[in-house]
Design a protein around this ligand. Structure first.
Ligand code: URA
Ligand code: SF4
Length: 213
């Protein structure tokens, strides 16, 4: 085993509910990211939940608040959920990686994408959340989440908005809300939010269909 990246297994309590997992994750040393971060940011929402949304990793605001998607990307996500007619309270929201990865630029912490090793190291927490939340459908927000959940490289543009199968689990891939923030033009941004909302609507319908099957 790689000593630098032992992975999270040994820190994940077995058969634990979300509250116990959320306590335990603060002690995780499964990769190096805990060193620089303020705290681990675990998933938020009631369990069980029909829909589970997976992002990439906490951002600056999330790292400080201890909750996922409370910053600018979270605002976009809330907008899209509202457009899709899905209440944010009804979904479980989490990230593929639980600690913030960044580099310092002057006094600012600049987001850095988690690497494949971070994603793999953190995967046991995601597995534990799947077991505790029992979602009917998992939505991957962006390529990092797609990779974490599906275990392969995901092309968001080509694969978004339709059911994908991952070992019997129904998965829907869509864009990351941050991709909306990077667009300059407000028309393009509205269009991107509408696209995200459309994919969320597909996922919500799939979850309902599972319930009535
Ligand atoms: N981006 C993410 O992927 N997750 C968050 O929690 C915030 C921003
Ligand atoms: Fe553990 Fe994940 Fe944090 Fe790495 S990012 S220390 S694996 S919780």
């Amino acid at each position: 085993m790689d000593i630098e990246r032992p992975g999270a297994e040994q820190w994940v309590p077995s058969d634990a509910d979300v509250d116990r997992l959320r306590d335990a994750v603060q002690g995780c040393r499964g990769c190096e990211l805990w060193r620089g971060a303020t705290q681990a940011v675990f998933g938020d929402g009631d369990a069980p939940a029909r829909l589970m949304l997976v992002g990439e990793q906490p951002g600056d605001k999330e790292d400080l608040a201890g909750e996922p998607f409370v910053g600018p990307a979270g605002r976009i996500l809330s907008q899209a959920l509202e457009q899709a007619g899905v209440s944010r309270e009804s979904v479980y929201v989490t990230n593929a990686v639980k600690h913030f990865r960044f580099e310092m630029r002057g006094k600012r912490r600049i987001h850095q994408r988690p690497d494949a090793g971070n994603i793999q190291a953190c995967r046991p927490w995601l597995e534990a959340e799947f077991a505790a939340v029992q979602p009917a459908v998992v939505v991957c927000l962006g390529a990092t989440a797609g990779r974490a959940v599906l275990g392969r490289v995901v092309k968001v543009g080509a694969e978004r908005g339709r059911p994908l199968d991952s070992s019997g689990r129904i998965v829907v891939v869509t864009i990351h809300p941050s991709a909306v923030l990077r667009l300059r033009d407000s028309g393009q941004r509205s269009e991107a939010v509408a696209g995200l909302a459309a994919d969320l609507r597909v996922a919500a319908k799939l979850a309902r269909d599972v319930d009535t099957a």
